[in-house]
Design a protein around this ligand. Structure first.
Ligand code: SAH
Length: 266
């Protein structure tokens, strides 16, 4: 059980806005997201949202950190849901600021369920998800006419617990898709092995984009046959893995010198 300062329900309940902070660079938040952030009375934020965005908040805004630096564990989802409900019940205008897009691997579902269960009105402001950011900052198109018409967003981290069916990488290998793998770096070698077992060639191109859109962005390009060394130095950084022919295709663009890559190690 989590304890919270008791707040008596306000006559007029507040509301909650889930805002996508974008992938990294502060100016990739939407205009609407920035406006709502300026008006917020309470903001709950974690590590993936650029801390510079908090400068947009008013001086009186209550900023609550709910990320991993809290200790060895991040705030539990239950704790976050309770905070959202509790502050909104007290009549406050609450923002839940999440990295990327709140609806993509962002546990927005649990928060929306808690809010609707408590009868609290909510809104969602979308954000630029990491896959789009990684694509834009490497000039790797996620879809390409004649190359791939299927796009998969998949998590490399078994985060759904026992109740969730594990990702079937061998089936994904047969889709001839671009795979955008979130949270996949720790299991890259295992995932690559499964994709190859499912029929993808050893030479299938892979790009790993860490810290996409930040000045510290790092890009590595290799193949499914590469080992863990492809990830050397990237441990602990948010990174997106792109797998598919589009990675190779984009090399044609780079070879034609039509695109200057920023801060890349290719
Ligand atoms: N809601 C977020 C995803 C949260 S899951 C979104 O829409 O982007 C967290 C994972 O997202 C990280 O482990 C990483 O795989 C990816 N990610 C988030 N920010 C990133 C960034 N700037 N560069 C590369 N990958 C990023």
């Amino acid at each position: 059980m989590t304890n919270f300062p008791s707040t008596s329900p306000a006559e007029k309940p507040g509301r909650v806005v889930l805002i996508g902070a974008g992938p990294g660079a502060a100016d990739l938040i939407t205009v609407r997201g920035a406006r709502v952030l300026r008006e917020a009375e309470v903001v709950l934020y974690d590590d993936l949202a650029n801390a510079e965005l908090l400068d947009l908040c008013s001086a009186t805004c209550e900023k609550i950190y709910v990320g991993k630096r809290l200790g060895s564990h991040s705030a539990t989802q239950e704790h976050i849901c309770n905070l959202l409900v509790n502050r909104a019940r007290a009549g406050r205008y609450v923002v839940r600021l999440k990295g990327g897009d709140p609806m993509v691997f962002g546990r927005a579902g649990e928060e929306l369920l808690a809010l609707s269960g408590a009868g609290i009105p909510f809104e969602i402001v979308p954000g630029v998800t990491a896959a789009s950011a990684a694509s834009a900052s490497t000039a790797i198109p996620l879809t390409q006419r004649g190359v791939t018409s299927t796009l998969v967003f998949v998590t490399g981290h078994p985060c759904g617990g026992k109740s969730q069916t594990p990702v079937d990488w061998r089936t994904l290998a047969k889709l001839q898709a671009t795979l955008c793998i979130y949270m996949g770096t720790q299991r890259f070698v295992e995932i690559a092995r499964e994709l190859r077992a499912g029929g993808l060639a050893d030479t299938t191109s892979v790009a790993i984009v860490a810290g996409a859109t930040l000045s510290s962005q790092t890009v590595r390009v290799g193949t499914l046959a590469d080992g863990a060394e492809l990830l050397d130095g990237l441990q602990g950084r948010p990174a997106l893995i792109l797998v598919g022919e589009v990675v190779r295709w984009s090399e044609l663009v780079r070879a034609a010198d039509q695109f200057a890559l920023a801060s890349c190690e290719i």
